[in-house]
Design a protein around this ligand. Structure first.
Ligand code: PGA
Length: 241
C-alpha cells in the first residue's frame, strides 16, 4: 500500500523524509540508501543531526541500491564516492558496515548474488528510493522482471540522458551499465520511503501510483508492498488525480 504525502517543495520533502528516517536511525537498524540528486537534502539533515545532536551510526548498517559498472571508486561520480562525500565521511558510521555494490571485478554476477545473500542476512528496515523519469527504481529500467535479484544491467537511453549532467553533459562519458539491486531485492525491505520532486517526475509518479502494476513502470510494483511512503512535491504531484 502506498501512502502519499504531498508537500510544497523539495526543502519540505527533505524535512518530511528526515522525520520518517529518524525513526530508523537507531542501534541495530539496517538502512537502504540511494544516490542521485533527490536524497541530498535528506543526507544534509542526517549529517546536521549527527553533528548537532550526536545521533550515532556506529551500530547501523547500510546497503546501497546500485553502482556504475567500470567506474573506479575514486571517480567522483561513482556511487561509492558519492556516498562517502555526502554521508559516510560526515557521520560516525563504521566503513565495514556500509555496502555499495561493486561495479568492478572479474565476475559481477557472482558478486551480485553475494550482495543479495548479505541483504538476506541483514534485512533492510527502510529502503530509500528515488524514481527515474521513465519510472525506474534503482537501475531497474522498464521491462525488468519484478522478481529480479541484484544483477548487471544496461542503462536506458533516457537514464543516460538524465545522468549526463554529472558527466560534463556528455552522454558518451556516462557508463552504459550498472550493478543494481533487483526489484525483488528492493521489495524485501520492510519499509520503503520514496521521494520524488520536480515536474520531470510527474508522469512517472502518476504511473507508479495510479497506473496498472506493470513491468513497463518498474515503480508500480510498490503498489504491492505493504508499507510504502511516497513524498511528492507539488510539481511531481501535478498529474495525480
Ligand atoms: P535523481 O535520480 O534523484 O537524480 O532525479 C533518481 C533516479 O534516477 O532514481
Amino acid at each position: 500500500m502506498i501512502k502519499v504525502v504531498k508537500v510544497d517543495n523539495a526543502t519540505e520533502a527533505a524535512d518530511k523524509a528526515f522525520e520518517v528516517m529518524k525513526e530508523y536511525i537507531k542501534p541495530g537498524k539496517v538502512l537502504g540508501l540511494a544516490t542521485g540528486s533527490t536524497p541530498l537534502g535528506l543526507y544534509e539533515r542526517m549529517v546536521k543531526d549527527h553533528k548537532e545532536n550526536g545521533t550515532s551510526y556506529k551500530e547501523i548498517k547500510t546497503f546501497n541500491l546500485d553502482e556504475y559498472v567500470g567506474l573506479p571508486i575514486t571517480h567522483p561520480e561513482s556511487y561509492y564516492a558519492f556516498m562517502h562525500r555526502n554521508l559516510f565521511d560526515q557521520i560516525d558510521i563504521i566503513e565495514e558496515n556500509t555496502h555499495v555494490p561493486s561495479g568492478l571485478g572479474e565476475d559481477l554476477e557472482a558478486q551480485a548474488k553475494h550482495y543479495d545473500e548479505m541483504i538476506d542476512k541483514d534485512p533492510v528496515d527502510i529502503q530509500l528510493l528515488g524514481i527515474g523519469s521513465d519510472g525506474h527504481i534503482a537501475f531497474n529500467e522498464p521491462g525488468t522482471p519484478f522478481d529480479s535479484g541484484t544483477h548487471v544491467t544496461d542503462l536506458a537511453e533516457s537514464t543516460i540522458r538524465d545522468n549526463c549532467r554529472f558527466f560534463d553533459n556528455d552522454m558518451s562519458k556516462v557508463p552504459t551499465q550498472s550493478v543494481t539491486q533487483g526489484i525483488g531485492t528492493i521489495m524485501k525491505a520492510k519499509n520503503i520511503l520514496l521521494i520524488a520532486t520536480g515536474a520531470n517526475k510527474a508522469q512517472a509518479v502518476k504511473d507508479m501510483i495510479e497506473g496498472p502494476v506493470d513491468e513497463a513502470c518498474p515503480a508500480s510494483v510498490l503498489q504491492k508492498h505493504p508499507n510504502v511512503i511516497v513524498i511528492v512535491d507539488e510539481a511531481a504531484a501535478s498529474m495525480l488525480k
